[in-house]
Design a protein around this ligand. Structure first.
Ligand SMILES: C[S@@+](CC[C@H](N)C(=O)[O-])C[C@H]1O[C@@H](n2cnc3c(N)ncnc32)[C@H](O)[C@@H]1O
Length: 275
Protein backbone atom coordinates (compact mmCIF):
# COMPACT_ATOMS: atom_id res chain seq x y z
CA UNK A 1 0.00 0.00 0.00
CA UNK A 2 1.29 3.47 -0.84
CA UNK A 3 0.53 6.67 1.08
CA UNK A 4 0.14 8.60 -2.16
CA UNK A 5 -3.25 9.98 -3.19
CA UNK A 6 -4.55 11.39 -6.44
CA UNK A 7 -6.48 14.68 -6.38
CA UNK A 8 -9.24 15.15 -9.00
CA UNK A 9 -6.99 17.66 -10.80
CA UNK A 10 -3.99 15.33 -11.02
CA UNK A 11 -6.30 12.42 -11.93
CA UNK A 12 -7.53 14.53 -14.83
CA UNK A 13 -4.07 15.42 -16.23
CA UNK A 14 -2.49 12.02 -15.54
CA UNK A 15 -5.34 9.95 -16.99
CA UNK A 16 -5.40 12.47 -19.87
CA UNK A 17 -1.72 11.70 -20.60
CA UNK A 18 -2.49 7.96 -20.64
CA UNK A 19 -5.46 8.52 -22.94
CA UNK A 20 -3.41 10.72 -25.27
CA UNK A 21 -0.59 8.20 -25.70
CA UNK A 22 -2.31 4.78 -25.58
CA UNK A 23 -6.05 5.45 -25.73
CA UNK A 24 -7.05 3.95 -22.35
CA UNK A 25 -9.80 6.14 -21.00
CA UNK A 26 -10.91 6.56 -17.37
CA UNK A 27 -14.15 8.23 -16.35
CA UNK A 28 -14.59 9.91 -12.96
CA UNK A 29 -16.28 6.74 -11.68
CA UNK A 30 -13.12 4.76 -12.52
CA UNK A 31 -10.88 7.14 -10.59
CA UNK A 32 -10.44 4.79 -7.64
CA UNK A 33 -9.11 1.90 -9.72
CA UNK A 34 -6.83 4.26 -11.65
CA UNK A 35 -5.66 5.84 -8.40
CA UNK A 36 -4.77 2.55 -6.73
CA UNK A 37 -2.72 1.34 -9.70
CA UNK A 38 -1.04 4.69 -10.52
CA UNK A 39 -0.19 5.49 -6.89
CA UNK A 40 1.27 2.02 -6.31
CA UNK A 41 3.38 2.40 -9.44
CA UNK A 42 4.57 5.92 -8.49
CA UNK A 43 5.45 4.75 -4.96
CA UNK A 44 7.45 1.82 -6.38
CA UNK A 45 9.31 4.28 -8.58
CA UNK A 46 10.18 6.39 -5.47
CA UNK A 47 7.87 9.40 -5.99
CA UNK A 48 6.39 11.29 -3.06
CA UNK A 49 3.80 13.29 -4.96
CA UNK A 50 1.53 12.35 -7.86
CA UNK A 51 1.98 15.80 -9.40
CA UNK A 52 5.76 15.23 -9.48
CA UNK A 53 5.08 11.82 -11.01
CA UNK A 54 2.92 13.43 -13.71
CA UNK A 55 5.59 16.04 -14.55
CA UNK A 56 8.25 13.35 -14.69
CA UNK A 57 6.17 11.22 -17.08
CA UNK A 58 5.25 14.17 -19.29
CA UNK A 59 8.65 15.87 -19.52
CA UNK A 60 11.54 13.76 -18.18
CA UNK A 61 10.93 10.05 -18.53
CA UNK A 62 13.79 8.77 -20.78
CA UNK A 63 12.41 6.53 -23.57
CA UNK A 64 9.08 6.59 -21.68
CA UNK A 65 10.30 3.71 -19.52
CA UNK A 66 8.29 4.68 -16.44
CA UNK A 67 5.26 5.53 -18.59
CA UNK A 68 5.44 2.02 -20.08
CA UNK A 69 5.58 0.54 -16.57
CA UNK A 70 2.50 2.57 -15.57
CA UNK A 71 0.61 1.40 -18.67
CA UNK A 72 1.59 -2.22 -17.95
CA UNK A 73 0.03 -1.79 -14.50
CA UNK A 74 -3.17 -0.38 -16.02
CA UNK A 75 -3.76 -2.79 -18.92
CA UNK A 76 -6.36 -5.55 -18.73
CA UNK A 77 -5.18 -8.67 -20.54
CA UNK A 78 -8.19 -10.95 -20.05
CA UNK A 79 -8.30 -13.52 -22.85
CA UNK A 80 -8.64 -17.29 -23.31
CA UNK A 81 -8.56 -19.99 -25.95
CA UNK A 82 -11.62 -20.33 -28.22
CA UNK A 83 -13.12 -17.06 -26.97
CA UNK A 84 -15.90 -15.97 -29.35
CA UNK A 85 -14.91 -18.83 -31.61
CA UNK A 86 -17.75 -18.77 -34.11
CA UNK A 87 -16.82 -15.50 -35.87
CA UNK A 88 -13.27 -16.82 -36.31
CA UNK A 89 -14.55 -20.11 -37.74
CA UNK A 90 -16.84 -18.29 -40.17
CA UNK A 91 -14.08 -15.90 -41.26
CA UNK A 92 -11.63 -18.73 -41.94
CA UNK A 93 -14.05 -21.09 -43.68
CA UNK A 94 -16.08 -18.63 -45.75
CA UNK A 95 -13.58 -15.86 -46.43
CA UNK A 96 -9.95 -16.92 -45.97
CA UNK A 97 -10.18 -20.49 -47.34
CA UNK A 98 -11.81 -19.36 -50.66
CA UNK A 99 -9.14 -16.63 -51.03
CA UNK A 100 -6.41 -19.29 -50.76
CA UNK A 101 -8.26 -21.49 -53.27
CA UNK A 102 -8.19 -18.54 -55.69
CA UNK A 103 -4.39 -18.65 -55.43
CA UNK A 104 -3.90 -15.75 -53.04
CA UNK A 105 -1.89 -15.62 -49.80
CA UNK A 106 -4.23 -13.77 -47.42
CA UNK A 107 -2.95 -11.73 -44.50
CA UNK A 108 -4.62 -11.88 -41.07
CA UNK A 109 -3.89 -9.51 -38.18
CA UNK A 110 -4.93 -10.16 -34.57
CA UNK A 111 -4.61 -6.67 -33.11
CA UNK A 112 -4.54 -6.54 -29.28
CA UNK A 113 -3.72 -10.25 -29.01
CA UNK A 114 -2.80 -10.19 -25.30
CA UNK A 115 -0.99 -13.40 -24.25
CA UNK A 116 -1.60 -15.11 -27.60
CA UNK A 117 -4.59 -17.40 -27.03
CA UNK A 118 -6.55 -15.60 -29.78
CA UNK A 119 -3.94 -15.85 -32.59
CA UNK A 120 -3.19 -19.43 -31.49
CA UNK A 121 -6.90 -20.21 -31.87
CA UNK A 122 -6.73 -18.70 -35.38
CA UNK A 123 -3.61 -20.76 -36.13
CA UNK A 124 -5.42 -23.94 -34.98
CA UNK A 125 -8.33 -23.16 -37.31
CA UNK A 126 -5.90 -22.54 -40.18
CA UNK A 127 -4.20 -25.86 -39.45
CA UNK A 128 -7.59 -27.63 -39.40
CA UNK A 129 -8.28 -26.23 -42.90
CA UNK A 130 -4.80 -27.12 -44.11
CA UNK A 131 -4.07 -23.41 -44.51
CA UNK A 132 -1.18 -22.95 -42.09
CA UNK A 133 1.77 -21.58 -44.04
CA UNK A 134 -0.51 -20.46 -46.86
CA UNK A 135 -1.72 -17.46 -44.87
CA UNK A 136 0.33 -14.75 -43.16
CA UNK A 137 -0.64 -14.29 -39.50
CA UNK A 138 0.46 -11.19 -37.59
CA UNK A 139 -0.45 -10.72 -33.92
CA UNK A 140 0.23 -7.57 -31.94
CA UNK A 141 -0.28 -5.91 -28.60
CA UNK A 142 0.83 -2.74 -26.86
CA UNK A 143 2.36 -4.69 -23.98
CA UNK A 144 5.84 -6.18 -24.29
CA UNK A 145 5.10 -8.33 -21.21
CA UNK A 146 2.16 -10.15 -22.80
CA UNK A 147 4.01 -10.48 -26.10
CA UNK A 148 6.92 -12.19 -24.32
CA UNK A 149 4.44 -14.63 -22.74
CA UNK A 150 2.68 -15.17 -26.07
CA UNK A 151 5.98 -16.08 -27.76
CA UNK A 152 6.58 -18.77 -25.11
CA UNK A 153 3.25 -20.47 -25.85
CA UNK A 154 2.95 -21.99 -22.37
CA UNK A 155 -0.26 -21.51 -20.42
CA UNK A 156 -1.98 -22.53 -17.22
CA UNK A 157 -5.06 -24.71 -17.75
CA UNK A 158 -7.11 -21.65 -16.81
CA UNK A 159 -6.36 -20.33 -20.33
CA UNK A 160 -9.10 -22.70 -21.53
CA UNK A 161 -11.70 -21.36 -19.05
CA UNK A 162 -14.89 -23.37 -19.69
CA UNK A 163 -13.52 -24.93 -22.93
CA UNK A 164 -11.44 -27.61 -21.19
CA UNK A 165 -12.99 -30.38 -23.29
CA UNK A 166 -12.93 -28.57 -26.61
CA UNK A 167 -11.75 -30.93 -29.38
CA UNK A 168 -9.38 -28.26 -30.74
CA UNK A 169 -7.60 -28.20 -27.36
CA UNK A 170 -7.18 -31.97 -27.39
CA UNK A 171 -5.81 -31.88 -30.93
CA UNK A 172 -3.45 -28.92 -30.67
CA UNK A 173 -2.34 -28.39 -27.07
CA UNK A 174 -0.21 -30.69 -24.94
CA UNK A 175 -0.52 -30.92 -21.17
CA UNK A 176 3.00 -31.05 -19.70
CA UNK A 177 3.71 -30.65 -15.95
CA UNK A 178 0.30 -29.00 -15.38
CA UNK A 179 0.97 -26.54 -18.20
CA UNK A 180 -0.68 -26.30 -21.61
CA UNK A 181 1.96 -26.12 -24.33
CA UNK A 182 1.26 -24.84 -27.84
CA UNK A 183 3.17 -26.62 -30.60
CA UNK A 184 6.13 -24.88 -32.28
CA UNK A 185 4.45 -25.27 -35.64
CA UNK A 186 1.61 -22.97 -34.56
CA UNK A 187 3.87 -20.51 -32.73
CA UNK A 188 6.22 -20.24 -35.71
CA UNK A 189 3.24 -19.37 -37.92
CA UNK A 190 2.57 -16.21 -35.89
CA UNK A 191 4.57 -13.03 -36.31
CA UNK A 192 4.24 -11.29 -32.90
CA UNK A 193 4.89 -7.54 -32.89
CA UNK A 194 4.42 -4.56 -30.60
CA UNK A 195 1.88 -2.14 -32.06
CA UNK A 196 0.11 0.75 -30.34
CA UNK A 197 -3.31 0.90 -31.99
CA UNK A 198 -3.66 4.64 -31.43
CA UNK A 199 -0.44 5.27 -33.36
CA UNK A 200 -1.65 5.57 -36.95
CA UNK A 201 1.89 5.34 -38.36
CA UNK A 202 2.52 2.01 -36.56
CA UNK A 203 -0.76 0.62 -37.92
CA UNK A 204 -0.04 1.82 -41.46
CA UNK A 205 3.47 0.29 -41.34
CA UNK A 206 1.96 -3.21 -41.05
CA UNK A 207 0.63 -3.06 -44.61
CA UNK A 208 -2.80 -4.26 -45.63
CA UNK A 209 -4.82 -7.23 -44.47
CA UNK A 210 -7.67 -9.41 -45.66
CA UNK A 211 -8.90 -10.02 -42.12
CA UNK A 212 -8.36 -7.93 -38.99
CA UNK A 213 -9.43 -9.35 -35.62
CA UNK A 214 -9.61 -6.49 -33.11
CA UNK A 215 -11.68 -7.70 -30.20
CA UNK A 216 -12.35 -6.55 -26.66
CA UNK A 217 -10.02 -3.56 -26.76
CA UNK A 218 -12.11 -0.73 -28.28
CA UNK A 219 -14.21 -0.89 -25.08
CA UNK A 220 -11.31 0.72 -23.21
CA UNK A 221 -11.27 3.75 -25.55
CA UNK A 222 -13.48 6.86 -25.70
CA UNK A 223 -15.82 6.98 -28.69
CA UNK A 224 -13.76 9.55 -30.61
CA UNK A 225 -10.57 7.52 -30.03
CA UNK A 226 -12.28 4.26 -31.03
CA UNK A 227 -13.52 6.02 -34.18
CA UNK A 228 -9.94 7.08 -34.99
CA UNK A 229 -8.64 3.52 -34.42
CA UNK A 230 -11.42 2.02 -36.57
CA UNK A 231 -10.54 4.52 -39.35
CA UNK A 232 -6.90 3.35 -39.16
CA UNK A 233 -8.04 -0.29 -39.29
CA UNK A 234 -10.22 0.57 -42.29
CA UNK A 235 -7.09 1.97 -43.93
CA UNK A 236 -5.24 -1.28 -43.15
CA UNK A 237 -7.90 -3.48 -44.79
CA UNK A 238 -7.71 -4.56 -48.39
CA UNK A 239 -10.80 -3.74 -50.45
CA UNK A 240 -13.52 -6.22 -49.46
CA UNK A 241 -11.51 -7.20 -46.34
CA UNK A 242 -13.19 -8.11 -43.05
CA UNK A 243 -12.91 -6.61 -39.58
CA UNK A 244 -14.10 -8.64 -36.58
CA UNK A 245 -14.75 -6.82 -33.33
CA UNK A 246 -15.92 -8.34 -30.03
CA UNK A 247 -19.48 -9.67 -29.90
CA UNK A 248 -20.42 -7.00 -27.35
CA UNK A 249 -18.84 -4.20 -29.44
CA UNK A 250 -20.67 -2.42 -32.24
CA UNK A 251 -19.23 0.10 -34.66
CA UNK A 252 -22.58 1.38 -35.84
CA UNK A 253 -22.60 4.36 -33.49
CA UNK A 254 -19.25 5.53 -34.90
CA UNK A 255 -20.65 6.00 -38.40
CA UNK A 256 -17.87 3.85 -39.86
CA UNK A 257 -17.19 3.54 -43.59
CA UNK A 258 -17.26 -0.24 -43.10
CA UNK A 259 -20.39 -2.14 -44.04
CA UNK A 260 -21.95 -4.45 -41.44
CA UNK A 261 -22.85 -7.85 -42.96
CA UNK A 262 -24.20 -11.08 -41.58
CA UNK A 263 -22.51 -14.34 -42.59
CA UNK A 264 -23.82 -17.57 -41.09
CA UNK A 265 -25.37 -15.64 -38.18
CA UNK A 266 -22.10 -13.83 -37.47
CA UNK A 267 -21.76 -10.05 -37.86
CA UNK A 268 -18.67 -8.80 -39.65
CA UNK A 269 -17.57 -5.39 -40.93
CA UNK A 270 -16.46 -5.35 -44.52
CA UNK A 271 -14.50 -2.72 -46.45
CA UNK A 272 -16.20 -1.70 -49.68
CA UNK A 273 -14.59 -2.58 -52.99
CA UNK A 274 -13.42 -5.57 -54.98
CA UNK A 275 -10.66 -7.87 -53.71
C1 LIG B 1 -8.97 -7.65 -22.90
S1 LIG B 1 -7.56 -7.97 -23.90
C2 LIG B 1 -8.34 -8.68 -25.33
C3 LIG B 1 -7.50 -9.80 -25.91
C4 LIG B 1 -8.13 -10.53 -27.09
N1 LIG B 1 -8.27 -9.66 -28.24
C5 LIG B 1 -9.45 -11.16 -26.72
O1 LIG B 1 -10.49 -10.68 -27.17
O2 LIG B 1 -9.45 -12.14 -25.97
C6 LIG B 1 -7.16 -6.32 -24.46
C7 LIG B 1 -5.74 -6.17 -24.95
O3 LIG B 1 -5.63 -4.92 -25.61
C8 LIG B 1 -4.33 -4.43 -25.39
N2 LIG B 1 -4.32 -2.97 -25.64
C9 LIG B 1 -4.86 -1.99 -24.87
N3 LIG B 1 -4.59 -0.79 -25.41
C10 LIG B 1 -3.91 -1.01 -26.56
C11 LIG B 1 -3.36 -0.17 -27.56
N4 LIG B 1 -3.44 1.17 -27.48
N5 LIG B 1 -2.71 -0.74 -28.60
C12 LIG B 1 -2.60 -2.10 -28.68
N6 LIG B 1 -3.08 -2.95 -27.75
C13 LIG B 1 -3.73 -2.41 -26.71
C14 LIG B 1 -4.02 -4.82 -23.95
O4 LIG B 1 -2.63 -4.85 -23.69
C15 LIG B 1 -4.71 -6.19 -23.85
O5 LIG B 1 -3.77 -7.23 -24.04
Amino acid sequence: MSNLTLSPQVFSILSGLVEERVGLSYSASEREIFESKACARAADAGFESMLDYYYYLRYDDPEQREFTALVEALLVHETFFFRELEPLQVAISTFIAPAVREGRRPRIWCAACSTGEEPLTVAMLLKEHDLLGRVELVASDLSDDVLARARLGTYSVRALRHHQDHPLAARHLTLRAQQLVAPDELLRAIDFRRVNLVDEAQVAALGSFDLIVCRNVLIYFRDDRARQVVAALHGALRPSGWLLVGVSESLMRFGTQLVCEEHKKVFVYRKRGQA
